[in-house]
Ligand binder design. Sequence first.
Ligand code: NHW
Ligand code: EN5
Length: 385
Amino acid sequence: AHKFWNTQPVPQNESDVQEDGVIEHKEVSDIKQEPYKLPSDFEWYLVDINNEKDRTDVYTLLSQNYVEDSDAVFRFDYSPEFLQWALQPPGWKQDWHLGVRVASNKKIVAFISGIPANLSVHESKLHLVEINFLCVHKKLRSKRLAPVLIKEITRRVNLTGIFQAVYTAGVNLPTPISICRYFHRPLNPKKLCEVGFSQLPHNTTMASHIKKYKLDVSFLNLQPMQEGDVSQVTALLNEFLSQFEFHQVFSEEEVRHMMLPIKDVVFSYVAKDENDNVTDFTAFYSLPSSIARNPKHTHIHAAYLFYYAPKGLGKDQTRSRHLMNDTLILAKQANFDVVNCLGLSHNQQFLDELKFGKGDGYLHYYLYNYRCKTIQPEQMGLVML
Ligand code: NHW
Ligand code: EN5
């Protein structure tokens, strides 16, 4: 059934994951030096994400052709500034910002990207790439271009001595290591109903629906994270994440890049004690979705819960709830319509109490060239963009 995935070093079914470990052992000297061939009319193009024209071109491709919900009403609209941030963590390589252009008019019609990361999977440490933003223009779908993009980025990554990858997708492929549900917490319930993102429950008035989602008082004095907090946040976050079977391990440099606030891109906050030590951390990123054919609204402004670390590492459920309650208040103050998150990590501690509702989407987590026993959502600590 999977003409491409059947040929790749991924587990082909559940019975293939009794034991963790590398699937296929290769060396850099085994990797071919020449790029894979694209259909004539197309050419490989290395995107310069710091160049405004290239950034706009990739943004345009994604904003018109990237991931949609099951009814094709909402489509992710990652901003150009978001892409510039997401694609350049420490150790990023332009070689892994891979575009495909039409040879004649130089229009970018497909894209895939990789960034380096360190993961901890059960007891093992993996230095691998995170693959994201795979996109083929709608007019070029079902022509087997995606497998060429995947093989070419694999080759470019392999040439640097990296042989594993992690990626997430809404779709079911061979073979997920974990499946996490999306949850949504309305901040602007009226608008969400107007655009069909949520429905007014039967026997409910709009007034009572709006009242239901009003936010209470805040508990922690969260302040925007600053440069001086980087080292304490790194320690706190890594310690929190180390509770999970599957998580990223962050260097201070990575925390500086990924976690410091960037206007309209990433929002991060810390709570401090009387000695000015960081006790809690929370972050979300801005990922609007465009709305197809709506007379009144063009976008949903969604804040996606990113990383957080409560005081006491989440052993005190009340603390986790207080931290997330305050995260919701900050997202509301920043004018977001909804806070989205996944049912992973310790999130069950606050989802019900803070009135998150189940989404209709699921996120599947995958590893390339590494077998891994199934990870329960509560043991998943990795959040991708
Ligand atoms: S998931 C978001 C992916 N993007 C979208 O959904 C955007 C909208 N859709 C499209 O642009 C986050 C196209 O439909 C895409 C497929 C491009 C998805 N992952 O070209 P064909 C990521 O970016 C398989 C992997 O004819 P198409 C993660 C499909 O099963 N494979 O289809 C990306 C079939 O293979 P099969 C996917 O519709 C991770 C083949 O593609 C897939 O024109 C990438 C059909 O190709 C998906 N999301 O284009 C893997 N969707 O065997 C990284 C479909 O079943 C692996 N397919 O016949 C690691 C690489 C690095 C390793 C380093 C050591
Ligand atoms: C790679 N980084 O389906 C990511 N989103 O639930 C790529 N549903 O927004 C993979 N269909 O349930 C991404 N509202 C995979 C996700 C693709 C996008 C997607 C889902 C996630 C989504 C919304 C809208 C559904 C519209 C109809 C949804 C219900 C909200 C409601 C609020 C009030 C309380 C109950 C729930």
